[in-house]
Design a protein around this ligand. Structure first.
Ligand code: PMP
Length: 429
């Protein structure tokens, strides 16, 4: 029973692993965009294991690929030739623009960003790095050094040479939605940090393409373009953290950075890349990749045969089932619906997003914009009772995050809007 599992968890699992709902939810089965609890109750999964279940729970093509590989050979490490990882790397590289063709597989987003940082520093011979406030880049030491939200920082020095620039935030920041030049203006803070907080040279700049844990904040047009220009002028490389925004989720493009019109030097990816399997990657140019040959760099599990065939199957499903186009169509439909909800419910301060990555920011008061943390938590609880699982995010945990598996249907999208209307209405009373 859920009570027994809770008791085991409380005794044997680290209490730092927090639970989401007041009445803990136990999930025992998943099929595409739906999950079931132990009583047989079905939920629409509106957050997909935190943007990880990209093509659907237990997608048959992914399951079949994993099963076949599990019965053939499971693990060898990278010291032998392995067909699965070579074919997968070729296919993944074909999805990236420019010279981004060389893959290094690891096991998590934190590891990917740690490795990207290592590459940037080794390649440039510089040490200082610029990241964004409100960003989340990982839970290991270097991931936390790049993460700026204090909620997620723990016992690490504030930076290992990492400087945090003001993150674009049109709803709350100094340059709002009405400022057509906001992208360029926000990027000035990157320039200012380079000039005044570093020796004038930097190893790199890391940014998500849409702020993920930070509350699905979409950057104003041109922001990354201008930031990249400043960083490259100071000798640094540009790292795109595509852990949440990659693989077609944003609808308009395969990668989030493409909607900002830039090509990074290093791309990190995790979460949706493996549909739940522990797989992550750093993809870069041959020139930057070559820096690792100066030393021995090793990763025991990264890109093992089982996760490689899963990664390959995920790419195939995204193509065959036109999931990127689905994200675009349903994302637009949902955003229109969210705008209508905003007009009906005063506790909604802002709605935003791209593709199937949509945020609703709650406020106690629309004029003061006081963050509505408790309101947001109540909406999430209410929605669960109505059969919909949602994510939370933002600096004050005041933002609902909607990011279901990309196989969502229009009927599912309408269900999400109907549940939200009821759940928000009840919370706002
Ligand atoms: N980058 C981003 C943008 C993330 O959202 C996350 C995880 N929330 C990470 C990196 C770290 O990934 P992982 O938890 O797999 O280490």
């Amino acid at each position: 029973s859920a009570a027994e599992v809770l008791a085991l968890r409380q005794r044997y699992l680290n209490p730092g692993l927090f639970l989401y709902y007041k009445r803990p939810l136990m999930l025992v089965e998943g099929k595409m965009q739906y999950v079931w609890d132990e009583t047989g109750r079905r939920y629409l999964d509106g957050i997909g294991g935190i943007l990880t279940v990209s093509v659907g729970h237990c997608h048959p093509h992914v399951v079949a690929a994993a099963n076949r590989q599990n019965e053939t050979i499971q693990h060898t490490t990278t010291i032998y030739l392995q067909p699965a990882v070579a074919h997968y790397a070729e296919k993944l590289a074909s999805k990236l623009p420019g010279d981004l063709k060389v893959c290094y597989f690891v096991n998590s987003g934190s590891e990917a960003n740690d490795l990207a940082l290592l590459m940037a520093r080794a390649y440039t011979g510089a040490y200082d790095v610029i990241a964004l406030r409100n960003a989340y880049h990982g839970g290991n030491a270097s991931g936390m050094s790049m993460t700026a939200q204090s909620t997620w920082k723990f016992n690490v020095p504030h930076s290992f040479g990492v400087h945090h620039a003001v993150a674009p935030y049109p709803y709350r920041g100094v340059y709002g939605y009405d400022d057509a030049d906001a992208g360029r203006k926000y990027a000035e803070d990157v320039k200012s940090l380079i000039d005044h907080a570093t020796p004038g040279r930097v190893a790199g700049f890391i940014a998500e393409s849409i702020m993920g844990v930070g509350g699905f904040v979409v950057f104003p047009h041109g922001y990354l373009h201008h930031a990249y220009e400043h960083v490259r002028a100071a000798g640094g490389v540009c790292i795109a953290d595509e852990v949440q925004t990659g693989f077609g989720r944003t609808g308009t493009h395969y990668w989030g950075f493409e909607s900002q019109g830039v090509i990074p030097d290093i791309v990190t990816m995790a979460k949706g890349i493996g549909n739940g399997a522990p797989l992550a990657a750093v993809v870069t140019t041959p020139k930057i990749a070559a820096v690792l040959t100066q030393k021995v760099h090793f990763n025991t599990f990264g890109g093992n045969p089982v996760v490689s065939v899963i990664g390959q199957a995920v790419l195939e499903v995204i193509d065959r089932e036109n999931l990127q186009a689905n994200c675009l169509t349903l994302g637009r439909h949902l955003l229109e619906g969210l705008e209508k909800l905003k007009a009906r419910h005063a506790i909604i301060g802002d709605v935003r997003g791209q593709g199937l990555m949509l945020g609703i920011e709650f406020v106690k008061d629309r004029v003061t914009k006081e963050p509505g943390r408790e309101l947001c938590a109540q909406v999430v609880e209410n929605a669960r009772e109505l059969g919909l699982l949602l994510g939370k995010g933002g600096l004050w945990s005041q933002t609902i995050r909607i990011a279901p598996p990309m196989c969502l249907t229009r009927a599912d999208a309408d269900f999400i809007l109907a549940v939200l209307d009821e759940a928000i209405g009840a919370a706002g009373k």
